[in-house]
Design a protein. Structure first.
Ligand SMILES: *[C@@H]1O[C@H](CO)[C@@H](O)[C@H](O)[C@H]1NC(C)=O
Ligand SMILES: *[C@@H]1O[C@H](CO)[C@@H](O)[C@H](O)[C@H]1NC(C)=O
Ligand SMILES: *[C@@H]1O[C@H](CO)[C@@H](O)[C@H](O)[C@H]1NC(C)=O
Ligand SMILES: *[C@@H]1O[C@H](CO)[C@@H](O)[C@H](O)[C@H]1NC(C)=O
Ligand SMILES: *[C@@H]1O[C@H](CO)[C@@H](O)[C@H](O)[C@H]1NC(C)=O
Length: 675
């Protein structure tokens, strides 16, 4: 029974509610945007609905404009009805025009008429003219959002909300602010911010409440303005139109209404759906006139930065500049970049300098993926011959023998050539022979090195595809690896040629004392290398250079001196004293004699490297010969003569310098190793 009674009660209650709601029909409206509101609204002046968004624009930021938008249907009210009320909630925006000071503001208006043709489009918000302001016949109630402080209307500031009755001299006003429900205190708002603003106007029980707040803020508990109003007094005609008004005078801004909800009853007021509100167009700021000084400063800064960057770029370009020609493409893998070599040698640091010779300087370095390297910087001016030279360098790189220093590649720069080879940890042989800093080598060590170099030279002469001449065999070009194996290095001088190929003017390549006498007149051959190797053998055993100006004349020429010792049957006199007595006299004898055999003044009488290897390895006995055999132990007086008088006279004058040699001819005659 009780349940049935309850059911009945609810039925009656809901019926009543539906009746109440239908009563309220036509007593309210809501626009989340105004795109469908054209028919319902009375628009005049500059007011229009911007489509497709449905933004209601009251004025358009040109001067002397006003605009009105009123709901067309008036609301009647009965003065006897003490319960008459209305509630409205709208979202508006006052958007400043860039560069302009900002207009007069906007007003929510309750009026007995929608005819504002007599109003002035000036400071009167589109509501009055000078004579109607303050006149009760206007029958007008307005809530102004005023952004100008007019002394004429006793405005409190230029950012206030006011209640106006028939006059712009507000009966009640306050600086724009709202009561924050969360913080429990007042927060100020800037009306002319371009941001959407919520406004609530509630009338009921003869009390008019005005509340403002930024968008997405819950309605504040306390209204900004609250004023007792007798509507009967203001509107004797009892007809009320609701709407908005705005005007620009000389001061302008964009004035928009985004959404509007209205109801005769506060509880029936529908809430706006913020997600459906139209977007506010934000006028693009005209490019602000940057101060010319700032512009100049910025330009100057930019210029300085550009110059600095350019300088760094040019510096780096110059620092790492290389010479690279089209024909070098095919040697790509053998070409090192200068930058990588620069980095590998820590900028050709003096601490990493291994030596300084007649050709240039040698630096130690470390290349990633390659390991320890030696970089030789050779000065060169010649453009000619470079192509062939590089071709040779690359071919040298392909020569593989355990007693050759592997040549890895090269790099070219203006006036400079860099040759990259493997680093030999124990340096060059001459340091052990002539420099007291390094320990003297024992006889077995020296003998082993001689065998190594003989083997390497034999390989160059016969083992490779072409005949390769070394041309500059001497102690300073023999390197020692970590196991003290002899390694023939410095191919900077080496050239290769086919047998029978006559190349004149190659004669003056080499080092005095190691150069076969026929070199002044004839082409180089494997026999000239044999001559140099012979001189080198004597050098290693005797511990002195083949030609030493500091030594007394009778001993100065090593070949002759050794031969003299042999003639006197005291070959041991020629042997390096640093060897002590720890050597095999038989071996020393053999090597000294082999040295003399190789330095026979007659090229044809010298053995080939093939035979030299066999002799030195004692696989073949030396041929029979004596100190007085033809060509043995003969110094070449012509060469000696020229060597001590003029270097340049050594250049073959008879033959025109062939381009491919010119770069060597001028540089390659050195004494000793140039130390
Ligand atoms: C503003 O509207 C008026 C007409 O009401 C028009 O003459 C004027 O050109 C408009 N100004 C701009 C900037 O759109
Ligand atoms: C002001 O408006 C009234 C009518 O509303 C009109 O009679 C009067 O001439 C207007 N005054 C000016 C100065 O425009
Ligand atoms: C107006 O504000 C006062 C004070 O907050 C409140 O008591 C009153 O109910 C409000 N009236 C309306 C119609 O909102
Ligand atoms: C409102 O004004 C009318 C006319 O002046 C007057 O008759 C009425 O009593 C006033 N009502 C209140 C509540 O003051
Ligand atoms: C030769 O090289 C090896 C390996 O780098 C080193 O241990 C040795 O000390 C070197 N000998 C001389 C005499 O420099």
């Amino acid at each position: 029974m009780a349940a049935q009674g309850l059911h009945l009660f609810f039925l009656i209650f809901f019926n009543h509610l539906i009746f109440l709601l239908s009563q309220q029909e036509g007593a309210g409206f809501i626009y989340n945007d105004f795109s469908q509101a054209q028919a319902d609204l009375h628009l005049d002046g500059a007011a229009k609905i911007l489509l497709p968004g449905g933004l209601l624009q009251l004025t358009n930021a040109s001067t002397q404009q006003m605009g009105h938008a009123f709901f067309k249907k008036p609301f009647e009210f009965d003065p006897s009805d003490k319960k008459f009320s209305f509630s409205t909630h709208f979202v508006c925006a006052l958007v400043p025009k860039p560069g302009a000071d900002g207009g007069h503001g906007i007003a929510f208006v309750v009026s007995s008429s929608v005819d504002f043709t007599q109003a002035d489009p000036t400071q009167y918000l589109g509501l009055f003219n000078i004579s109607t302001n303050g006149s009760p016949s206007s029958q007008l109630l307005a809530i102004e959002l005023d952004t100008v402080q007019s002394a004429e209307f006793d405005d409190i500031d230029k950012n206030h909300v006011g209640i106006d009755i028939n006059s712009l001299n507000s009966v009640e006003s306050a600086s724009a602010s709202y009561f924050s429900n969360t913080k429990g205190k007042k927060q100020s708002i800037k009306l002319l911010s371009g941001e959407p603003l919520q406004v609530w106007v509630d009338y009921g029980g003869s009390l008019l409440n005005v509340t403002v707040a930024p968008l997405r803020i819950q309605k504040p508990y306390h209204p900004l303005l609250s004023r007792s109003i007798n509507l009967t007094e203001i509107f004797p005609d009892r007809r009320l139109f609701f709407g908005f008004s705005a005007a620009t005078g000389s001061l302008i801004s964009y004035q928009y209404i985004l959404g509007w909800s209205f109801s005769r009853s506060r509880v029936m007021l529908q809430s706006l759906d913020f997600s459906k509100l139209p977007q506010i167009p934000h006028p693009r700021a005209k490019k602000e006139q940057a101060s010319p000084l700032l512009v100049v400063l910025l330009l100057l800064l930019l210029l300085i930065m550009l110059v600095a960057l350019g300088g760094i770029y040019l510096y780096r370009r110059k620092k790492y500049a290389e010479v690279r020609e089209a024909w070098e493409k095919e040697y790509g893998p053998h070409r090192f970049s200068y930058k990588s070599l620069y980095k590998a040698t820590k900028g050709f640091d003096r601490d990493g300098r291994l030596g300084k010779g007649g050709f240039g300087e040698v630096y130690r370095g470390n290349l990633p993926h390659v390991g320890a390297i030696a970089v030789k910087r050779v000065c060169h001016d010649a453009k000619q011959g470079m192509k062939q030279f590089v071709a040779e360098v690359v071919t040298m790189g392909s020569l593989k023998h355990r007693n050759l220093v592997p040549l890895l590649g090269y790099c070219r720069r203006k006036g400079e050539l860099l040759l990259v080879s493997e680093y030999m940890s124990n340096g060059s042989l001459d340091q052990y022979l002539f420099h007291r800093k390094k320990p003297a080598l024992s006889w077995p060590q020296r003998f082993a090195v001689l065998k190594d170099i003989a083997s390497a030279l034999h390989y160059l002469h016969t083992g490779a595809n072409q005949v390769v001449l070394h041309r500059d065999i001497k102690a300073s070009n023999v390197m020692l690896d970590s196991d003290f194996n002899g390694r023939l290095g410095d191919f900077g001088m080496a050239r290769f040629e086919d047998y029978g190929d006559s190349l004149p003017a190659t004669a003056a390549v080499g080092t005095m004392g190691y150069m076969a006498p026929e070199l002044t007149t004839m082409r180089t051959s494997t026999r000239t290398d044999v001559y140099a190797f012979g001189a080198f053998m004597l050098e290693v055993i005797c511990g002195r250079r083949p030609l030493d100006p500091k030594i007394p004349a009778e001993k100065r020429h090593l070949i002759k001196w050794v031969c003299d010792c042999w003639r006197k049957d005291s070959l041991v006199d020629a042997v390096d004293t640093r060897l002590g007595l720890e050597y095999s006299e038989e071996e020393i004898d053999m090597v000294l004699k082999l040295g003399l055999l190789c330095t026979n003044i007659v090229a044809e009488s010298r053995p080939s490297m093939e035979h030299v290897v066999q002799y030195i390895n004692q696989n073949l006995p030396l041929p029979d010969f004596s100190p007085d055999s033809p060509g043995i132990g003969v110094s070449s007086p012509v060469l000696l003569e020229t060597a001590f008088t003029s270097r340049s006279s050594l250049e073959p004058s008879a033959s025109p310098p062939s381009p491919h040699n010119s770069m060597f001819v001028t540089h390659t005659i050195t004494y000793g190793d140039g130390r």
